[in-house]
Design a protein around this ligand. Structure first.
Ligand code: TXA
Ligand code: MG
Length: 362
């Protein structure tokens, strides 16, 4: 890290502070300074996507390795073609997906236009593109009228921030400003897909599970999850990178996290003298782990009601809170893998694996 910043927190809860926040953010971004902005998924660290120096500052602030490409956010749907060269055979499918899900938490990987700096795509021939639905993000990006590269606003490998306070914990002193718009609507990063022409319907491969579910995408094509075999398609061309969401270790708290995949059959038992916290789905005994140990703390993803959308919103918040409290281990209860449950279990699995040197994440 070359420079030290006095990071400014920009509130947005009064018309006056909101105007000031937007003006300050646009001014900093137009001078090539990265700014942390709220999106409907998680907070992003944004910079002008077409300015390699600005993009380099994102990598520096996050300590992100240069081989991990960024998502480009568009000011408007019409500007997709400036960033991506949509192949003809899938153009109608992409148009339908864009109409259905943008602005919103769907990222599409497409061949890139030459104007997109190699630094953004880590030298890949493809670029990941989305359009955020957050009202303040939209006001900033439309006023700037430039595409913004924005990865999640956490240091490399850490839990994605879903509040301005969490961004500050990650990046204070490393960036000029944080626009504080409170908690994020979804709490999980966007769904990332790749689209190929199929015989009757397009083939949609989910590279990272997220708020747009497999069930929702099935209205637009045949949907599969990426696995080790199909992660590097299209075959015969240069390999795509693995998305951090596909890699084993990611979203890692500092405290070891153990996901109990099957609460009914688990043989796990607490070790005497160790301090444990439970990350429970609803805080109900029938979910299986509440009576298994003398928990020092129990946090519930969806207290009482068991709503997956609430669990998604609270997941990174709960992990971050528990991580800050110095337990010996965090034990997580499983969630059924339907709808949003797929993305939640995906993040829990990745948080529960110990990082090793050959794994990457963003
Ligand atoms: O919801 C989100 O997507 C948030 C908000 C801020 O927009 N952003 C986000 O960015 O999660 P990030 O960088 O933390 O994760 C996006 C991942 C990258 O790590 C990268 O591996 C993958 O998207 N990606 C980017 N370009 C790609 C490409 N051309 N092909 C395949 N994967 C790509
Ligand atoms: Mg990330």
């Amino acid at each position: 890290m070359s420079s030290f910043y006095r990071t400014e927190m920009l509130p947005t809860d009064e018309p006056e502070t909101l105007r000031h926040a937007i003006r300050t953010a646009v001014d900093l971004l137009s001078r090539g300074e990265p700014v942390a902005l709220p999106t409907e998924t998680v907070y992003g660290l944004a910079a002008d996507a077409l300015d390699p120096d600005a993009v380099a500052r994102i990598f520096a602030a996050k300590e992100r390795p240069s081989f991990d490409p960024l998502i480009v956010h568009l000011p408007h749907k019409d500007r997709l073609h400036e960033i991506a060269a949509v192949p003809e055979d899938i153009a109608p499918d992409i148009k339908r997906l864009v109409e259905a899900f943008w602005p919103g938490p769907l990222t599409i990987v497409l061949p890139k236009q030459p104007e997109v700096p190699d630094m953004v795509t880590s030298g890949l021939p493809t670029v990941a593109v989305r359009m955020s639905d957050h009202p303040i993000f939209r006001r900033i990006i439309t006023s700037l009228a430039r595409p913004l590269a924005a990865p999640s606003a956490n240091r490399f490998g850490r839990i994605s921030p879903t509040s301005a306070g969490a961004v500050s914990q990650e990046l204070d002193g490393r960036i000029a400003a944080i626009v504080d718009a409170g908690a994020c609507l979804h709490g999980l990063e966007s769904t990332i897909i790749r689209v190929e022409a199929g015989e009757k319907r397009p083939l949609i491969t989910i590279l990272r599970a997220g708020p747009i579910t497999k069930e929702e995408l099935q209205e637009h094509g045949k949907v599969q999850f990426a696995n080790k075999k199909n992660a590097h398609k299209p075959a015969g061309t240069s390999p795509q990178p693995q998305v951090p969401g596909q890699l084993e270790s990611h979203y890692a708290p500092r405290t070891p996290l153990r996901l109990i995949e099957d609460a009914k059959t688990t043989t796990w038992e607490p070790e005497p003298g160790k301090r444990y916290a439970l990350l429970s789905y609803r805080g109900e005994e029938k979910d299986g782990l509440l009576d298994k140990a003398d928990w020092e703390e129990v946090m519930m993803l969806s207290p009482g009601s068991g709503k997956l959308s609430e669990a998604a919103i609270r997941l990174f918040y709960c992990l971050r809170e528990l991580d800050n409290r110095g337990f010996d281990e965090i034990i997580a209860e499983p969630i059924s893998e339907v709808g949003l449950g797929v993305a939640i279990m995906d993040r829990l699995r990745r948080a529960s694996v110990k990082p090793s040197s050959d794994q990457t994440n963003g």
